[in-house]
Design a protein around this ligand. Structure first.
Ligand SMILES: C=C(O[C@@H]1C=C(C(=O)O)C=C[C@H]1O)C(=O)O
Length: 357
């Protein structure tokens, strides 16, 4: 087919897509009105997951699951904005991986509040300056983010959803040739995670590796100084319009960070694959068998634990702990309810949500 003919067909499909998307939005608006009249929650991650799973099963074309997810998550985000514009707080700076995570779920059209600390994210959601907050909870290579875990216990907030982001670093520079590069900016942890690439390409050159506070600051510096480069996220490269010379330069392809979307008064309905997070303040943990007895309740009911993290109680000078426990299932499942009833006051359920990890 000729180029002109191909483009004519593409234009005609775009016209149809636009018409269908507009029609979809009229129904979304009606859903929004129903939700408002029943005073229920707009964001329904379990419904979104159901749609994505169904589309994936139906899909016979060229689109990968990731492509379908990316397109439709953006459609959902636009739809939610139409139902009710909601502000989302994320841990900055702009161009951080948390920013990338937030955009992957709430799209390019949402209103964002960029805050400098994990504490300030929790506070903005608590005071309802933001409807949702996006915070990292763990990295599969570096471990847990203690501040997030501690704040989950301290504050009365809920987990609306989790999301996983592969941590892919890009090597960006304005310079056309590697030999012109004198300095590379990034976070120290990113230098560590891209050490093979740095050795391979820059071993013999006299290059300065300069650690800065964030990879997005690194991208900004690479934008300002043409004889420098940065190792940063995709979103930072896009934000500062610095060309990507090499993509995915991290040593390991397995590096992933898990983020939580937190909210006030949020409850998800059951989906067919949920996860629950709770805080366990078990009495007398210094006695033998207390933690064992508690965990046995999960074992006896065939509930799969996915995480247990102990954190210091910070009571005087003692070494005592509380636990963050995560498991497969929803808090409305009968076996889970039994455990919740049995341990009542010692547990605080943070939420059940669609399981991704
Ligand atoms: C339209 C709805 O609200 C939101 C938007 C969705 C969509 O665009 O399909 C799906 C789930 C909700 O997050 C709904 O609940 O059905």
């Amino acid at each position: 087919m000729e180029l002109q003919e191909l483009r004519k067909r593409i234009d005609s499909i775009d016209d149809q897509l636009l018409e269908l998307l507009s029609e979809r939005m009229t129904y979304v608006k009606q859903v929004g009105e129903l939700k408002r009249s029943q005073q229920t929650i707009i964001y329904r991650p379990e419904r979104e997951k159901q749609i994505l799973d169904r589309l994936d099963r139906q899909n016979k074309g060229l689109l990968s699951r990731n492509a379908i997810d990316a397109i439709f998550l953006e459609i959902f985000a636009v739809a939610r904005n139409l139902e009710l514009p909601e502000r989302i707080a994320y841990l900055g700076p702009e161009g951080s991986f948390t920013h990338q995570a937030a955009e992957s779920r709430f799209g390019g059209m949402s209103e964002y509040l960029v805050l400098p600390t994990i504490h300030s994210i929790f506070e903005s959601v608590e005071t309802e300056r933001a409807r949702f907050g996006v915070v990292p909870i763990e990295n599969n290579q570096e471990g847990v983010v203690g501040e997030t875990v501690d704040l989950l216990r301290e504050k009365e907030l809920h987990i609306a959803a989790e999301l996983l982001l592969p941590i892919h670093f890009a090597f960006v520079s304005q310079s056309d040739s590697l030999s012109q590069i004198r300095r590379i900016y990034s976070k120290d942890i990113a230098f560590r995670q891209c050490s093979k690439f740095l050795r391979e390409y820059f071993e013999d050159q006299n290059i300065e590796l300069i650690p800065v506070e964030s990879t997005s600051k690194a991208a900004k510096l690479a934008f300002q100084e043409p004889d420098s480069a940065a190792i940063c996220s995709h979103i930072a490269a896009r934000l500062y319009a610095v060309p990507v010379l090499f993509d995915n330069i991290n040593d390991s392809d397995q590096n992933r960070t898990r983020f939580l979307i937190i909210s006030k008064n949020f409850q998800n309905q059951k989906s067919h694959s949920d996860k629950t997070t709770l805080i366990a303040n078990l009495p007398n943990t210094h006695r033998p068998g207390v933690l064992f007895d508690f965990l046995k309740d999960f074992y006896d009911r065939g509930i799969n634990l996915t995480k247990i993290e102990s954190r210091p109680l910070r009571q005087g000078s003692s070494f005592r702990y509380w636990f963050l426990v995560e498991f497969e299932g929803h808090y409305e499942d009968v076996p889970v309810k039994e455990i919740l009833d049995k341990h009542g006051n010692n547990l605080k359920v943070l939420g059940s949500y669609v399981r991704i990890s």
